[in-house]
Write a protein that binds this ligand. Structure first.
Ligand SMILES: Nc1ncnc2c1ncn2[C@@H]1O[C@H](COP(=O)(O)OP(=O)(O)OP(=O)(O)O)[C@@H](O)[C@H]1O
Ligand SMILES: [Mg+2]
Length: 313
């Protein structure tokens, strides 16, 4: 079974439907980016998975365990990082982590080693004896992540973990998530911003006003929305090569359009990524001197704006 399975999930707050008929499957080892504007229903969905909210209708499972029927078992499987970090006065960093380790019933003799490990992982070893309230926002965020790791959960539910961080801290945070991914964790992470997650999530889902508008790999989504893969080919030699390439591309399948400006050829390709090597090989074996052949970076901001209409509930 999938690591996270959500079936027909609906959550209503009195007369407001925050999430409607959501279906989602996330496999072990996936890094899933859950993207949407304010009020889309991200936090609501995450809280259902974290067993903090009950669905109005529908089911959700973590590693096959029902979040409503077996919340305690689910809590052992997940590490939940909420969107707001509570205030803790007069608590040192290690005490904070020790408190959570104790709450997860980790035996006293094992706690020190675990705390050392998570501090190391989150780059907070030097802050062991510092008071939590004196940490910077970025450090607090990392501490909050460290807290979610003490019981070695299989699944991480991270609600906007990078919000409010400066660009450097964001990059470091992303590196940390990559490390956790490499450790085999399944990561469910929310954000307002598609480009922020696009390069390290293998799957993303875009929510708007309680509905999942689109889900899949970033490449697939971009292609579906733009209708084609846009390719840039640069040729060497005679500028006439561009025109020759166009002739050759004319009869090739899945070419929506091809344009040439001298030796720069732009191709709108409606085939799949798997067919790209074939297309390149077709050009080269027919004598077109291709020096570079690349997929144009999609403007993810643009894609996101196309998918969501930005209407706040
Ligand atoms: N406890 C609550 N009582 C009533 N309505 C709520 C409650 N929590 C959330 N909502 C409403 O449910 C909708 C979805 O909210 P949710 O917090 O899940 O969105 P979100 O995608 O996390 O937004 P944000 O990006 O602002 O964090 C919103 O319209 C919100 O006002
Ligand atoms: Mg939220």
């Amino acid at each position: 079974m999938a690591m996270i399975q959500i079936n027909n999930l609906t959550k209503r707050y009195r007369d407001l439907t925050a999430v409607e008929d959501l279906n989602l499957t996330i496999e072990k080892g996936d890094v899933f980016g859950f993207i949407g504007p304010n009020g889309a229903g991200k936090t609501t969905t995450i809280k259902v998975l974290a067993t903090l909210l009950e669905p109005s209708t529908g089911q959700a499972y973590v590693d096959g365990v029902d979040v409503v029927r077996n919340p305690l078992e689910v809590r052992r499987l997940i590490g939940y990082m909420p969107d707001f970090f509570g205030v803790y006065d007069d608590v040192k960093v290690w005490e904070y982590l020790d408190f959570f380790a104790a709450a997860y019933k980790i035996p006293t003799n094992k706690r020190k080693g675990i705390i050392d490990d998570v501090l190391e992982l989150t780059d907070l070893t030097g802050k062991r004896e510092s008071y939590v309230e004196g940490l910077s926002r970025g450090m607090k965020q990392r501490l909050c992540l460290a807290k979610t790791l003490v019981h070695d959960p299989k699944v991480l539910l991270l609600d906007e973990p990078a919000s409010g961080l400066d660009p450097r801290a964001r990059i470091e945070f992303r590196a940390l998530l990559k490390e956790l991914q490499a450790m085999g964790k399944t990561i469910f992470v929310s954000s307002h911003i598609l480009p922020e997650l696009a390069d390290f999530c293998n799957v993303v889902g875009i929510m708007e006003r309680g509905h999942l508008v689109v889900a899949g790999s970033v490449n697939d989504i971009v292609q579906r929305l733009e209708g084609a893969i846009v390719l840039d080919a640069r040729l060497t030699g005679d500028p006439e090569n561009g025109a020759r390439a166009l002739q050759l591309l004319n009869g090739y399948p899945e070419i929506k359009e091809a344009r040439a400006e001298g030796n720069h050829v732009t191709i709108d390709f409606t085939g799949t990524h798997e067919q790209l090597p074939q297309l390149l090989s077709h050009l080269v074996t027919n004598g077109i001197p291709v020096a570079s052949f690349s997929q144009r970076e999609a403007d993810l901001e643009d894609v996101f704006m196309k998918v969501t209409k930005g209407i706040v509930q």
